[in-house]
Design a protein around this ligand. Structure first.
Ligand code: NDP
Ligand SMILES: O=C(O)C1=N[C@H](C(=O)O)C[C@H](O)C1
Length: 238
């Protein structure tokens, strides 16, 4: 498959290596200093572009790739308030975007366990819930995109919580998400339920970026030839 990369940072470079190992060809690499390459024949020849950049440019990158006739797989986080409007635009224009806050198989298994645990805890109001996420110090957004997806999974299943807040809850119906930035941590997400007598904690701890990058390349293989806004739920059947 012909793959273009948009964003050549930590994820872009890891994705390049894994894509080559899986027999794909990298036909174009776009980063901050060669944005005109969206109009190049090399970029237009791609079956799919994999985009990992920064929140403020993700949408404009998608639109530039769509204008060049190229489907996009993206993991950029920190912009998803605009996702409902973007979905409408994609559906109306027949474009293709596969977006996920986290492409790791392990995290997606963890997300399913998180929903199941929240549904059980719905029956046990003496437990309060909070989340902590830890990432490297270069991360621009907080809470992480994964933490927001995990929070959505809890809010769908735990009726006593109606929204999440950063750091500290001030009302019982809020769920706190604490964000810690330290060293080179690839990503740790912990959900903790606490009662007066005990606590229950589940954690996903990424050992490197390999799982995220492999998932993004597998998503690119899945996306080729498809239309619409796609996500991990379309690809993973559990
Ligand atoms: N969904 C998932 O599974 C995962 C998502 N992420 C998310 O992916 C994003 C990128 O992460 P990561 O690779 O670690 O970040 P990096 O900062 O290492 O890389 C981002 C790259 O994008 C470049 N860039 C900035 N602006 C543009 C632009 N307009 N067009 C093209 N490239 C641009 C940056 O260039 P320069 O440095 O010169 O500014 C940099 O090379 C983040 O939002 C992160 O949260 C990360 C891991 C997994
Ligand atoms: O910025 C990162 O590094 C990561 N970002 C994603 C997020 O915001 O959830 C996924 C992963 O946790 C790494």
């Amino acid at each position: 498959m012909k793959i273009a990369l948009i964003g050549y940072g930590k994820m872009g470079k890891t994705i390049e290596r894994i894509a080559l190992e899986r027999g794909h060809e990298i036909v174009s690499v776009i980063d901050i200093d060669n944005l005109d390459d969206f109009e190049s024949d090399a970029f237009k020849s791609a079956d799919v572009a994999i985009e990992f950049t920064v929140p403020k440019v993700a949408l404009s990158n998608y639109r530039r790739a769509f204008a060049a006739g190229v489907a996009v797989v993206s993991g950029t986080t920190g912009w998803t308030d605009e996702l409902p409007a973007l979905k409408k635009e994609i559906d109306e224009t027949g474009k293709t975007l596969f977006w996920s806050s986290n492409f790791s198989l392990g995290v997606n298994i963890f997300m399913a366990v998180n929903k199941y645990l929240a549904a059980i805890m719905n029956q046990f109001p003496n437990y309060n819930v909070e989340m902590t996420e830890v990432h490297h110090t270069q991360k621009l957004d907080a809470p992480s995109g994964t933490a927001i997806t995990l929070a959505d999974g809890i809010l769908e299943n735990l009726n006593r919580k109606t929204g999440w807040v950063k750091e500290t809850e001030t009302k019982p119906e809020e769920m706190a998400i604490k964000s810690i930035r330290e060293g080179q941590v690839p990503g740790i997400h912990t959900i903790r339920y606490e009662s007066e007598v005990d606590s229950i904690e589940i954690t996903h701890d990424a050992k490197s970026r390999e799982g995220f990058a492999l998932g993004a390349v597998v998503a690119a293989e899945f996306t080729a030839g498809k239309k619409g806004l796609l996500g991990m739920g379309d690809m993973l059947k559990f």
